[in-house]
Design a protein around this ligand. Structure first.
Ligand SMILES: *[C@@H]1O[C@H](CO)[C@@H](O)[C@H](O)[C@H]1NC(C)=O
Ligand SMILES: *[C@@H]1O[C@H](CO)[C@@H](O)[C@H](O)[C@H]1NC(C)=O
Length: 624
């Protein structure tokens, strides 16, 4: 076998040499770059340093006098003060539980959609940020550092497309992160997007594969992104502008999304854990300080506005609070930081998360006024929730705005995960209702897909009371007859291949073990494929409310491969694949290994475990 392989490799090398003589004439330089052809064993993934070394060469103009935050020591060391253990997240699927034929078939269909998209990217947009899925060319949208390639790395690994993974990983480790230098004149990068997509993607690919070159690349990029914190108050601006950075001229913004600085913590912390680089953890620790100090002083005490003033802690005065776009992952990362840090975690993440969620429950959640014949799989009237917006008026009166957003659909998973981690099953129930709300909204449109933004007629009263009675008069007065009851309007009818709805179904499936959630996911998947598929791949569409063929927008953002298809694949996979007890996913669905020093196995869990839903199928439950 060994000899065989070696001979084959020799032959391949000889052939490759011969071909390169024949084919690599100067004219070949004109054509767009082509991916290398995968051969035999995986190539060794080699690290190619960028032409600028950010850690040693970039001067800090506003250095920190000393580190204020250090990674928590392991809980068993004498210096540590371990906090309460976190509860296990996943439903107790019996050992040896395997998906059945139907689930395998579904999972395979998802993989096929991924392979189709990936193949088209390779053929038509290799090394570009994105593929244009209708016209078939590459787009530069995030600095030209192959966003789709990096974003897809861990999905390739998870879907067991290992040869493709190594090919892509090798290419990723050649990327030159030297912006703002003579070599690369990119003038600025989006700190948030580059952190969640590129840094998150490289870290997860390393955490899964153990290929060291990927960690080296991540560390290099971390050095570049760390320069964004070189401001007088050490809070980062939205744009990392390299010319300003060189002169020490970066300043925190005065009206920038709260999700921006709020969702760097997970990536910087994981990179700090892997490299021992405490400066990374300190940098985001100071951002958490900022949010902690301002949480109780906002117009809606407990939540942060969508845009904040990072210079004086003030907020924009539009008075709108939401867990949707601009703010979303700020909330998501509070509970996920606890998951990542485990037992040594600072206690404030739980406190801040619960403080905010209490306000979401009080002012944002609402029930759509559903008709009586809208029933769930056991024949009861559907009891679903949405997270809308709260608008604070002069004098402090709070108005609940019953608007739904695709971006806000992650909230179900967030409630579920935080509730389970912190041992409060009431949040878990809310999470499931939110997840089911978005799945219901998918089914409410002719394409079977939910739009970006819409408004619903809500029930009056407290959402804790369960479904309300449908009010025909109200519908006649306020409803939109062209839409399904009880929709009032669709403000943005596009679907951009977004993941948040399937994300929440996936997390709630892993938490509750309820198979119905897989069925909802399958309906969604089929609709998404049907309405977005192009000859080459899949595309954003302009209007989910059309009957018949949809209009394609020639856009396939990298999250389609990083998130949407990964979540669809995982919900139909054996539940120990990316178990939520071992991994925590960043807001771009990149899994980071949860710090093992903080990981509590079921065996040594000292408190009562969360109530277990009915055991899977007929198999005997196994006592942990
Ligand atoms: C599942 O697939 C296997 C092998 O393809 C087949 O033998 C078996 O009958 C199938 N089971 C069901 C329930 O369809
Ligand atoms: C904010 O208010 C909550 C609830 O009253 C409290 O637990 C928390 O400590 C406060 N945070 C700060 C920074 O004062």
């Amino acid at each position: 076998m060994l000899l065989d392989r070696r001979m084959r490799r020799l032959l391949l090398v000889a052939l490759a040499l011969a071909f390169s003589f024949l084919l690599l004439k100067p004219s070949a330089r004109q054509s767009p770059p082509q991916p290398p052809v995968y051969q035999d064993d995986h190539p060794i993934v080699r690290f190619h340093p960028s032409s600028f070394d950010w850690w040693s060469s970039a001067k800090q103009h506003h250095p920190v006098p000393s580190l204020k935050h250090k990674l928590p020591p392991p809980p068993n060391s004498h210096s540590s003060v371990p906090t309460k253990p976190l509860h296990p997240v996943q439903f107790f699927f019996p050992p040896g539980y395997k998906p059945n034929n139907l689930t395998r078939h579904r999972r395979n269909a998802v993989k096929q959609a991924f392979v189709k998209s990936w193949t088209a990217y390779k053929r038509h947009a290799w090394l570009s940020d994105e593929l244009a899925p209708v016209s078939g060319h590459g787009k530069t949208t995030f600095g030209g550092w192959s966003a789709t390639l990096i974003d897809a790395l861990d999905t390739l690994w998870i879907m067991d497309l290992k040869s493709e993974f190594y090919l892509a990983a090798s290419a990723a480790c050649r990327i030159d992160f030297s912006s703002g230098t003579a070599k690369d004149t990119t003038s600025s990068v989006n700190l948030f997007e580059t952190t969640i997509r590129h840094l998150g993607g490289l870290i997860a690919a390393y955490d899964l594969s153990g290929e060291f070159a990927l960690l080296e690349k991540a560390a290099e990029l971390g050095g570049m992104l760390y320069t964004a914190f070189d401001t007088p108050n050490r809070l980062p601006p939205f744009w990392l502008d390299f010319q300003k950075a060189k002169k020490g001229g970066l300043r925190a913004g005065v009206e920038e999304p709260s999700a921006m600085a709020g969702s760097l913590t997970l990536e910087f912390t994981r990179l700090a854990q892997l490299t021992g680089e405490q400066r990374l953890y300190d940098a985001v620790g100071r951002v958490v300080d900022f949010f902690e100090e301002t949480q109780n002083g906002t117009r809606l005490r407990g939540m942060w506005p969508r845009r904040v003033n990072y210079q004086d802690g003030g907020a924009d005065e539009d008075g709108v609070f939401s867990v949707g776009g601009l703010a979303d992952s700020l909330y998501e990362y509070l509970s996920k930081m606890a998951a990542l840090l485990g037992r040594g975690r600072p206690e404030r993440f739980e406190r801040m998360w619960k403080g905010a969620m209490g306000v979401v429950e009080e002012y944002l959640l609402f029930r759509p006024m559903l008709e009586e014949d809208e029933v769930n799989e056991v024949g009861e009237q559907k009891d679903v929730l949405f997270a809308g917006e709260a608008r604070v008026h002069e004098g402090g009166k709070v108005e609940r705005v019953p608007e739904g957003q695709h971006l806000g659909c992650f909230a179900g998973g967030m409630f579920g995960l935080g509730g389970r981690l912190f041992g409060d099953e009431e949040y878990v129930k809310v999470g499931e209702k939110l997840a089911r709300g978005c799945a219901w909204a998918y089914g409410a449109f002719p394409t079977g897909v939910m739009p970006e933004i819409f408004e619903l007629i809500p029930c009056e009263g407290d959402w804790r009371d369960g479904p309300c009675k449908f009010d025909e008069d109200k519908w006649r007065k306020e409803g939109n007859k062209k839409l399904k009851k009880p929709f009032k309007s669709v403000r943005d009818a596009k679907y951009l291949l977004r993941p948040e709805a399937i994300e929440s179904l996936f997390i709630m499936f892993r938490i509750t073990g309820k198979k119905e959630l897989q069925d909802l996911a399958w309906d969604m998947f089929q609709s998404v494929v049907k309405s977005t598929e192009t000859e080459l791949a899949f595309s954003a569409i302009s209007d989910v409310a059309v009957q018949g063929p949809t209009k394609k927008l020639d856009s396939m953002e990298s999250f389609w491969l990083a998130e949407t298809l990964k979540y669809f694949y995982l919900i139909f996979s054996p539940p120990d694949l990316i178990s939520l007890d071992e991994w925590v996913l960043n807001t771009e669905a990149h899994p980071f290994r949860r710090d093992s020093s903080g990981f509590i196995t079921r065996g040594d869990f000292p408190e009562a475990p969360p109530p277990r839903p009915k055991p899977w199928k007929k198999k005997k439950p196994v006592v942990p």
